[in-house]
Design a protein around this ligand. Structure first.
Ligand code: CA
Ligand code: CA
Length: 556
């Protein structure tokens, strides 16, 4: 090589090595909600609002929506993955692969398979699935069912590092997308039904080095440790199986925690911190700054893992930075996200386990039903084990001031049934008989909820099966969601009128996203039935086949 050619090559390398402006940087992640050309975060922004400022597709023309392309994921399991879109590439995950697609044509750019141990499936409680990836600094991050976290080269899919977070044979699995906050890869863990101890991990994106671990059940020598008898905290649950939210200005990550283990509350008298809570932690260290517990001593599997949305709204004429959450326990909560102070808590579905939330103490006032349940009686509890809303995220529209969520309208029969712990097996201590279906009753709605009152401005009833899909809101006045029977649809955000529907041929339990390329708006969804609803069993689903596929829609 001549000196001139060497110099030219060096200059080219120097160019390549220069840090790309905003590309998957902290600033780009922070701006994600307002940059519709890409989708860099789970939640379409750190605030989890799943709101897009795009309005090219709107109430007037959405009836002309049509599929642009579809791509088969070649996978008959459950599909709850939210696509990530960056720089002309769409990234989608399944339980056993990661794919990169051209978002305009749907053509595969690369596909990387994930090898899993044969016995991993018996430990996946509620569907074999993955909920998506995170992108940062040229790398794609995801978690695996056998409880590993991995980084891939976003250009090629080549694995750069892979780290073990837990032993899957204990019943701990990883299904959710990582969160990148303040330069740290943050991941949660599933397994609340297996007598496990939940935690949140921080990892170095460059090397995979483990930076910190925050256990979500407090040991005796920690703050909150006195809320657990003996060593019950070791099997106390509080899993962290949905991605959190992040407020970069407060530098607080908000992460929801799940049910107490076992469900039988008499096995662990006390509040059991931090089960069924939101914890606000520092992303650099995992240090806890504040917490709020929704369901102290939770008897009902009321996971609070879906953390909700960060919204700036006026309350009594004053601007407040809040965390708004439709909790599985049936109450819609509004908290001051700087300090966890309770601002509102009202039922958004039928609730009979508590009479109200005491605004002074922030604690539920348990009802006679719960007193009888705790005494061992067989009772009917509202909402059911699936909650007033399950894990699927809601969305926010700042123009309407409403939260759009697929809500559930079901009760369940509940009775404590003592159970001993066995490693890697369900450990719930309740006689689980599913949920109650009442003939002629609507079991779920798409609801447009006022966060301060919990009341719905409108509801669209789901005929037959309730929807367990997420929602997307847009400045075009639309809410996008999907049905358990496969209809992808757009609804008027103001009145709930259905404006568009297209059957994708398999159930929808995923999360719609919208984005633009060269001035044109697209809407995408990963389809493929399954999930916790299928685990519970519903013979009415027999006519809706499984099978994962990615769909992108456009107005031509
Ligand atoms: Ca964006
Ligand atoms: Ca649970």
């Amino acid at each position: 090589m001549t000196i001139t050619r060497w110099l030219a090559a060096s200059a080219a390398l120097a160019c390549l090595a220069a840090p790309p402006v905003l590309a998957q940087s902290d600033a780009a992640l922070k701006a994600d909600a307002t940059t519709p050309g890409d989708v860099l975060t789970y939640g379409m922004g750190y605030n989890n609002q799943r709101y897009s400022p795009l309005s090219q597709i709107n109430t007037k023309n959405v009836s002309k929506l049509q599929p642009a392309w579809t791509y088969s994921l070649n996978n008959p399991q459950s599909h709850e993955s939210q696509p990530i879109i960056y720089d002309g590439v769409m990234y989608v995950t399944t339980h056993n692969s990661t794919v990169a697609l051209d978002p305009i044509t749907g053509k595969q750019l690369w596909k990387q398979e994930i090898e899993l141990p044969q016995d991993v499936f018996k430990y996946a409680c509620c569907g074999i699935l993955n909920r998506g990836a995170a992108i940062y600094d040229g790398k794609l991050f995801r978690a695996t069912l056998d409880a590993h976290v991995m980084a891939m080269d976003a250009k090629t899919g080549k694995t750069l590092w892979k780290m073990k977070a837990a032993d899957y044979q204990d019943g701990q699995a990883m299904t959710s997308a990582p969160l990148i906050a303040n330069g740290v890869v943050i991941t949660g863990i599933a397994g609340g039904e297996y007598g496990t101890r939940g935690f949140i991990d921080g990892w170095d994106p460059a090397t995979g080095k483990h930076l910190w671990k925050f256990y979500t059940t407090a040991a005796p020598d920690q703050k909150g440790g006195d809320t657990w008898p003996g060593d019950t905290y070791k099997k106390g649950g509080a899993p962290t199986w949905i991605t959190g939210a992040y407020d970069p200005d407060l530098d607080l990550v908000y992460w929801g925690t799940g049910n107490a283990g076992p469900w039988d509350p008499t096995a662990r008298k006390g509040d059991n911190l931090y089960v069924c809570s939101v914890v606000a932690i520092r992303p650099k260290t995992g240090e806890i700054v504040w917490h709020y517990q929704f369901s102290p001593n939770d008897p009902y599997d009321y996971d609070s893992t879906e953390v909700g949305m960060l919204v700036d709204m006026k309350i009594d004429g004053k601007p407040r930075k809040v965390l708004a959450q439709a909790n599985r326990n049936g109450f819609f909560y509004v908290l001051d996200r700087a300090n966890g102070k309770l601002l509102a808590a009202n039922p958004y579905v039928k609730v009979n386990w508590a009479d109200k939330i005491d605004m002074a103490t922030g604690r539920p006032v348990e009802s006679d039903v719960t007193r009888r349940a705790r005494a061992g009686e067989d009772v009917e509890v509202w909402p059911s084990v699936l909650g007033g809303k399950n894990w699927t995220p809601m969305s926010w529209n700042p123009a309407t001031g409403l939260a759009y969520a697929n809500t559930l309208n079901m009760s369940w029969p509940y009775q404590i049934a003592k159970q001993d712990y066995k490693r890697g097996e369900w450990y719930v201590g309740v006689n689980l008989r599913g949920v109650n279906f009442t003939k002629g009753q609507t079991h779920g709605f798409l609801s447009a909820i006022d966060p301060m009152t919990g009341k719905s401005k409108w509801q669209m009833a789901w005929p037959g099966q309730p929807s367990m899909a997420g929602t997307l809101s847009t400045a075009g006045g639309l809410v996008f969601t999907g049905a358990a029977t496969g209809e992808f649809m757009a609804v008027d955000a103001n009145n709930g009128k259905k404006l568009y529907e297209f059957n994708v041929g398999t159930g929808i339990i995923g999360l719609p996203v919208t984005w633009e390329s060269k001035g044109k708006q697209y809407v995408s969804i990963v389809a493929g039935g399954g999930g916790v609803w299928a685990v519970l069993g519903d013979e009415r689903m027999a006519a809706t086949p499984a099978g994962g596929s990615v769909w992108t829609f456009e107005v031509k």
